[in-house]
Design a protein around this ligand. Structure first.
Ligand SMILES: [Zn+2]
Length: 106
């Protein structure tokens, strides 16, 4: 692999700061697509008197979740009962918008 990339380019990549590496990471994945793992697992509703969550401890579901890395961090997003493919850039954009909204509310 190193031979194909070339030592010069590798050296330059190694010297990049974290932020530039994330940018490079995004660029590479815009070419090849991100790897997303789809998993099925139960979900807990968080309601205090739920029998399935609080008493039996089994939760609800199964539900689909998507696991992926973005900007160096692991993320897991809820999909639902039916499996569908997600677009990471769209998901992250929505997450960001949500965060900003909750910030405005205080
Ligand atoms: Zn529950």
């Amino acid at each position: 692999m190193i031979e194909k990339i070339g030592k010069d380019l590798l050296d330059r990549i190694t010297k990049l700061d974290k932020f530039s590496l994330y940018e490079l990471d995004d660029y590479i994945h815009s070419l090849i697509g991100r790897r997303v793992t789809y998993i099925q697992r139960p979900s807990k509703c968080g309601q205090p008197h739920c029998k399935k969550c609080r008493v039996e401890g089994i939760g609800h579901g199964l539900y689909w979740f998507a696991k992926f890395r973005h900007e160096g961090r692991q993320h897991m997003v809820y999909i639902g009962k039916a499996k569908r493919e997600i677009n990471i850039m769209e998901v992250m954009k929505k997450k960001k918008e949500k965060k900003q909204k909750s910030k405005k509310r205080g």
